[in-house]
Structure formats: structure tokens, C-alpha cells
Design a protein around this ligand. Sequence first.
Ligand code: MSP
Length: 659
Amino acid sequence: MDKKTFYITTPIYYPSGNPHIGHSYCTVASDAIARYKRMQGYDVMFLTGTDEHGLKIEQKAEAQGISPKEYVDHVVSIFQNLWKLLNISNDRFIRTTDDYHVKGVQKIFKELYDRGEIYKGKYEGWYCTDCEAFWTETQLKDGKCPDCGREVKWAEEEAYFFRLSKYGDRILKLYEEHPEFIQPESRKNEMINFIKQGLGDLCVSRTSFTWGVPVDFDHKHVVYVWVDALPNYITALGYGSDDLSDYNKYWPADVHFVGKEIVRFHTIIWPAILMALDLPLPKQVYGHGWLLFGDGTKMSKSKGNVVDPYILCERYGVDAIRYFLLREIPFGSDGLFTNEALIARINSDLANDLGNLLSRTTAMVQKYFGGVIPAEREVEPLDNELIEMASTLRDRCDAAIDKYQFSNALAEIWKLIARSNKYIDETMPWALGKDETKKARLAAVMYNLCESLRIVSILLAPFMPQTTPRIQEQLGVSGDAVSYESAGKWGVLPEGTEIRKGDTLFPRIDVNKEIEELNKLIPNPMEKKKEEPKAEAAPKAEATEKKEAPEGVAMIGIEDFAKVELRVAEVLACEPVKRAKKLLKLTLNDGEGERTVASGIAQWYKPEELTGHHIVLVANLKPAKLCGVESQGMILAADTPDGVKVLFVDEIPAGSPIH
Ligand code: MSP
């Protein structure tokens, strides 16, 4: 018989900046579900990916003097590296720039047009000529462009529209007939109110930028973001191609995990598009809460208050971070992310409760029985509560996981861990160990503790996939003894199993010292940072060269640094680049001759402010062509609260090497 399938998705993230802990939150949660379902025997499809088109990306790339594709390739590789680091077990990774997705979206757009669900009309709004962007009245800041602060004018643009307005009643009916469609329940009313206010048709194409999926029957237009992004959930399964086997197997999705701010798109626009195409609807959309910073603001790239997951994983280990994210905050609610809470969880739950239980148990089995628990064991009524709790733990975890209550599932597991620690205090093995006549009783106590830990290790595996094999190795269990089936059974640990004491799972952290160090590394939310995270703000025309060094992790050795040839150079001439308003073309004397460098600093410097200065040049960077300019290197600049500042070293002669 075919296995039952389970299809789960994360949002596809914008690669407009590096991933932060907020993106990791949804991805880790989806991963835990995917792993849990696989463990239960489902045939799982777990999809994540990136949403790569749109004006914002086009502008970011231009600011760095590279093509949009080069820009996204770089950032997407950082996302992918982070998912690898966090042990994310996604089956597929979709990029909206992938050919099959582009073709799929074009097909869907055409199909909707042919069915009369999309029509051509006019888009009106406040237009900023400099940013080439339309804004609604409410988006304006003091009547001006919210991005650049310049004047805007009322403008019209030809655009395609999707007949969203006709779907209001059908969507309300969907919510009524499928009360489970929007979860948590609390998010449903907001959607109902939104629909009841009346749905307008949705603008689904643009002519004001080009970085998007072209409408194949009208080349002036590119498909506007949501109609490009939402169909990823089906194009990833082959919809729009000739091979529909995965689509037929996995669609409709069992659940789309999304942050609460995009529930509307997933529970109104997405079902409407699918209805218009006569396709089945996803079974559920779960809108999880936000990670907030200590001051209660949402962590976001534009606020610059993001927590870097690389730093955290490096310091505490991936599983500690996965555990904290899923345990600390109930999935549907917002929750604070604080360094203090993170360390408290690591010390109390991981080092004290779990770590101690394992190390005490394995050390005692070693000490009293040389690592092998004798077959002769004497049970007592005192054992029953522990045995009952451990044998039924799987059911309670299953129930919590069915409702995506990660925190409750973990709390149940920790109840058993706490009960086991208490059991050690109650049975006092150290006293039993002194009495030769109590050997069989001591053996039963040790066996019960190992059994509890075995069950804990199985059910914890989807949440902490790196730690649980270490627990199982110390317990000497593998294969059937660690299967999902055996998590629901007591007395599985085979006779003669060899138990060894291993390394400490989670070393205790010195709280005060650590908080001080961590606060230096992770931005303090009270200090408002500059708009852009550091990784993006420095002008780096050669961003693609940095692929191998994701932000936050890269400690390099002196031999790596020695590979970079830094040299002082004089700016002989400087001029704007016609096709790229953010770029300046510099002609340099590098001590050996002349060379040109393109740098994305036009926003901060007029050409005459650079001419004559001596700057620091990365002299051995591979040349790259940027908007028609051959760039033979890169100049160094600092990212300061007042903008980017080029490093001037006027007193040092051109050509001087820098070590
Ligand atoms: N590209 C769209 C989604 C298209 S899905 C068809 C998008 N991308 S995003 O990069 O902004 O990612 C949004 C998602 O990242 C949120 O919905 C949420 O899952 C996650 N998070 C981003 N910041 C977050 C927090 N501060 N807290 C929790 N999750 C956060 O929207």
C-alpha cells in the first residue's frame, strides 16, 4: 500500500537581505513537522525557497552595481547555507527565478487570462520617478515617497488585474465549511472582516520595472509579486510542466506555514487564484506569530534589529537554538527574543534537566554495573508512575504536533525528564549501591531511567536531530529500539545493552559573562541601527565573490587574509556611470599603472569629492563587468550611521602595499 503523503511549505523568503532568526523560526518549525511526520511513516514533501523578483531586489542589485541575478544568487546561497547549518531537511528548494517556475507562472497567467479571470486595465497611484515605484496614499510619508523622501505625482500605468472581487462569497463559504482552514482560529475573524469590507480586483502586472516573470503574450508587462510567488507551491511539484506525478501525489498541501502578516495573501488571494483555475485548495494555512525584540518591536531587516542565527549557532550549537525557538514561544503567538531567555533555557532545560539526567544515568550504570544492566531486576510500585508517563508520552506528543503546538510537545517531553530526575532522588541509587542485597532493585532503577531516556530520545529527534543520536549512542540503542513504534512501548531496551558515558551534551553557561559578550555581538534593540544591516550596506560590486563566506561565521586565518592584496591608490579621475545611477567609475593610479574600478557609492559622493584622494584598493579581485564598466578591483569604505565613508589615506603614497 502507498504511504500516506504529507506536504508542508514555508513562505518563500525575499532575498533582499541576509536571513535572520525570524526566517529561521518558520523554517525550523516546518522542519520539525516534516521530521515528525516522516518518523510517523508519512511520505513527506517539505518545500522552502526564495521569492526573488520585484523592484526592491532590482534596486538593491543596482546599488551594488551588479545584475539582479548575481545579487540574488549571492543572498540565496547564504539562505541555503543557513538551512544546511540548521539541519533543515527540505526535500525541495524553489527559486522563483528557476526556469520551470517562470514557465509555470506564465502558463497560469495565460490560463487565467484565457478564462477571463485576468483583464487589462489601468493602475493608478502616487508615483516616485526616482524610485520608479507606485505608492498608495497610506504608504506615503508626509505626502512624499516613503523610500527616498522625494515628491510623488499621481500617475497611471497600464496593468493586468485579477478578478478577486468576485470570490469574496466563495471564500467566506470555504471558511465556514472548513473551520480548520485558517489556524490559529484567532486569525480568522480578521480575514472575514477584510472580505466583508469588499474585495477589489488585484493588480497583477507592472510595466515600471523589468525584474520579474515576463507576461509572455504582452512583453511590456512583468507578473506582479504575489501571482509570481504564491504558485510556487504548485510549480515546485511540476504544475505547468509535462510531469504532473508529484503534483498529483502531494497537492493539495496539508499545511502552509506562514507568518501572520501574510495570512491574508494565503487565505484570500491564493484560494481565489486556485478557484479561478479550478484547482484544489490547500487544507490549511497556519499563521504563526512574530519573534519580537526585547523592546517589543518586530525583528526585521529594514529596522536593522535582526539577530544573526550564525552567531547563535556557533556559540550554543544548532540544537540549542532549534529547541529555544520551538519551546519558548507558543507557535501561534508573538514572543520576545532575549539573550537572557535563551541562556536560561540552555542552562535549565538542556544542561540541567536533560544533560544531567543522561550523564547521571550513564555514569551510574558504569559505576554499579560496568555499563551493562543485569537481567535480574526487582520492580516496585514506585516505578509505575514513571512507566505510565513514559509509555503514554508518544500519544501526548502526537496530539500536540497534530495541532502544531511545538511548545506543548516539548513541555510534555520535559515533564518526563523532570519525573525521571525526581525518580533518581526518590530511589536514591547511591544508597542502593552500597547494599549488596539491593543489586536487583538498583538494576530496575537503572533500567527504568534508560528506558525513559530512550523514549525521550526518539520523540525529541525531530526537534533536536543532532543531539538525539548522541543520547542514543550513550544508551547503546539503535534500529528498532529507536523507531517511532518503539517510542510507544515500555521495556524495549535489549538485555545486555552496553551503556557508555559520553561527552556532556550541553555545557553550562556562565550567565553574566555570556550576556555581556552576547550583548556586544547581538545588537541592542534600544539603539536604533541604520536602515540596512551591515552585510548589505557597504558598496560591493563583487558580491558574488563572497559566496563562500556567509555572514557571521567567517573566522579566517592569517593565510586567508594574506590572499587579499591591499594597496594604496590615487583617484586620478571619477565620473558617473550612465546606465547605473548608483555607480561611479574611478580611474586609479595604483603605483604600477592605471586601472578602472566601478563602485556603488554615487549616493554618498559626488565625483569631484573623490578625485585627488588616496584610497585603499583591493588589487587582486577578479575583474568584473558592471553596467558596461570593466571593474578591476574594489575600494574600501566603512558603513557609518551617516552613510558610507570611503577610507582616505592621503598621506600615504600610491602603490604602498598594506599588510
Ligand atoms: N516573499 C514573501 C512570502 C511569499 S510566500 C508565497 C515574504 N517574504 S519574507 O522574506 O518577508 O518572509 C516572511 C516570512 O519570514 C514570515 O511570513 C515569517 O514566516 C518569517 N519571518 C520574518 N521575520 C520574522 C519574525 N520577526 N518573526 C517570525 N517570523 C518572521 O513575505
